[in-house]
Write a protein that binds this ligand. Sequence first.
Ligand code: GDP
Ligand code: GDP
Length: 454
Amino acid sequence: DDRDILTADGEFIGFAEPSLEAFPVVAIVGRPNVGKSALVNRILGRREAVVEDIPGVTRDRVTYPALWNDRRFSLVDTGGWEPDARGIDASVALQAEVAIELCDVVLFVVDSRVGATATDERVVQMLRRSNKPVFLVANKVDDSVLDPEVAALWSLGLGEPRAVSALHGRGVADLLDDVMKTLPEVSAVAQPKLAGPRRVALLGRPNVGKSSLLNKAAGEERVVVNEIAGTTRDPVDEQVEIAGRVWTFVDTAGIRRRVHLQKGADFYATLRTSAALEKAEVAVVLIDVTQEISDQDLRIIDLVLESGRALVLAFNKWDMLDDERRRYLEREIEQDLAHVDWAPRVNISARTGRHLEKLVPALDAALESWDTRVPTAKFNAFLAELVQEHPHPLRGGKQPRVLFGTQVQNRPPTFVLFTSGFLDPGYRRFIQRRLRETYGFEGTPIQINVRVRE
Ligand code: GDP
Ligand code: GDP
């Protein structure tokens, strides 16, 4: 297929136009260490590929273009969870919930050597509620010694446990054959490139001014939804006009309802933010200039980065800013927001309406970067020049080399580098910096994956 991107020796690594078509989605869900990454590599790789994420970009959910028996699909890996303050259970549950929501078929992986744990049981409950087709994958069955343990997994009530060994490949082909039979031709969840207004998530901690901004923008000139072509009429979204341009603000129902949950409020706020981000193309994160930039602000920005959406920072309540506070604010921006210094910033007042129109060029710039495609030839010319000027430092007498690279996706721009060894973190950051210097990418996160040829 001429939409495939192949390496020089014919290895399939991606689709040329992944975002124009919505491929059905298979999500791999399970506790840490059950072998999800091993299974992903098994499904993707004709040869063993080591996939390594650049720090600072999304780790929670990674989507890979995949191909099996001539069927294209997106494979979502939910690996890489770290225990957090809420405990591993909550973190697993959150990731799993979002992934399940956004897929057509679930591969639920358990470690047959360990058996079903309490966390597994929780995920099972979620799976039942979702009504999605689920394959129960009993991994690490390297030989038939484990047959009794596999049989015991019938008790989870998810049907036949499928014994596989992700490491050795046993059972994986049969499993995938059956997954392909279940996978719909047309995804129920993946969104093709939509016509109509672009989708914006308005985010920020409580009282930062989200509903004021909505009211200011929507209040005076409420748009009649039916008049706009290509509008998806989701009742929780809202069409908002800013400076003559119409945008779809997603999940505004949550903002307007002002639900203040007490127990686990943070957890649900995170879930809602993640859900809004999934539907959006770009996030506007509001920051209250009268308050110190807080951990909560930074967590919200992190969620945007993890989601891979474009980002605009809007500093709100600018009408309240005095000179002293302004000096502090500038220092805080320098210290706390250095990692998103590529995001366009606008200074606004949702109350007075000051400079709301400046959101429009900021959103345009961020979305354009997010959509960017760098042709493979240009990208390799860029890499060749970079490597020639600054080769990777020698390490133990060896020098990891960047062999070849390509952009496998946009929205956000995602690159794969094929290398002859792991790259030092410093060198990876250097490549990322150079990419931004060369192509700008104002307002979009970029992701660079490294595949090591062994
Ligand atoms: P993840 O955290 O769920 O992504 O798990 P990983 O894929 O990182 O695997 C966790 C550990 O289990 C690694 O040490 C793998 O080598 C090992 N593992 C994964 N699949 C298998 C398998 O089929 N058989 C055996 N014996 N080990 C496996
Ligand atoms: P939300 O919780 O993020 O939706 O925040 P609200 O829109 O409800 O705003 C919280 C408070 O901040 C309200 O009292 C608003 O009037 C006030 N506020 C919002 N934006 C501005 C602004 O630009 N300037 C000033 N001075 N106050 C604002």
